[in-house]
Design a protein around this ligand. Structure first.
Ligand code: PEP
Length: 253
């Protein structure tokens, strides 16, 4: 059965002290994830070990926000998947729209990162989603299908089952504009249909598809209530303890 996931994406925010304080405030509430639920904190690299030590006891996981597309070697400033694995990190966001836009991460690079994650037992949280102009032209399904085809279609069905997808319409990220529950459900059902076409229903039904784009405490229940929305990848609201706790509580059981 696929997992219902609340994943926090802190991006490039918080000092060490702020990060520790935020985690402690969330942990104080002690919301226990159910058997099919998962809570993940994607924190900046310098805080990975601290976060892991703090949240593991509560049954929460920690993710990196990025990794290198190279295995190892002379790549100054890069962090390899093997390094992440060696400190016990088993999730990594891949292909966030900010990385695609500001760091030139093209499909080929994303495919390499995904392959390295899968080789090392790290679960990728693969992001896709269209910009506003694409949606205004009604081309969002074609656009997302192409992103999925280019990054994911080389993998086998059993590999696909190990990947989490996050649908994040760019027009909704950090803008306060959220997709309606209906828009999210439509796209998630479409993504699942693409997975089913390629790998069959068994694989498609096993993949968690998260929604990302201005999720907050007040809209999480409605968004996560849709049958194909398996939780959220949350930026801004994940920096606020009470907002993120509300979001965790909104996950389906
Ligand atoms: C994100 O960056 O993944 C995101 C969804 O951000 P926000 O929740 O702030 O829109």
């Amino acid at each position: 059965m696929r997992k219902q996931i609340a994943a926090a994406n802190w991006k490039m925010n918080l000092t060490l002290e702020g990060a520790q304080g935020l985690l402690d405030d969330i942990l104080k509430e002690a919301v226990q994830p159910g058997a099919n639920q998962q809570v993940i904190f994607a924190v900046p690299f310098p805080y990975l070990m601290m976060a892991k030590e703090r949240v593991t006891q509560q049954g929460y996981a920690v993710a990196a926000q990025n990794c290198s597309n190279k295995k190892s070697g002379a790549y100054t400033g890069e962090v390899s998947v093997e390094m992440l694995r060696s400190i016990g990190i088993d999730h990594c966001i891949i292909g966030h729209s900010e990385r695609r836009e500001y760091y030139g991460e093209i499909d080929e690079i994303l495919q390499q990162k995904l392959a390295l994650c899968l080789d090392h037992g790290v679960t990728p949280i693969f992001c896709c989603g269209e910009a506003l102009d694409v949606r205004e032209k009604g081309k969002q399904n074609d656009f997302v299908r192409e992103q999925l085809e280019k990054a994911l279609f080389e993998f086998s069905g059993s590999e696909m089952k190990k990947i989490v997808i996050a649908y994040e319409p760019i027009w909704a990220i950090g803008t306060g504009k959220t997709a309606t529950a209906e828009q999210a459900q439509q796209m998630h059902a479409f993504i699942r249909s693409v997975l089913a076409e390629k790998w069959g229903l068994d694989v498609a039904n096993d993949v968690s598809i998260l929604y990302g784009g201005s999720v907050k405490g007040a809209n999480a229940n409605e968004l996560f209530g849709s049958p194909d929305v398996d939780g959220g990848l949350v930026g801004g609201a994940s920096l606020n303890a009470s907002e993120f706790i509300q979001i965790i509580k909104a996950l389906k059981h």
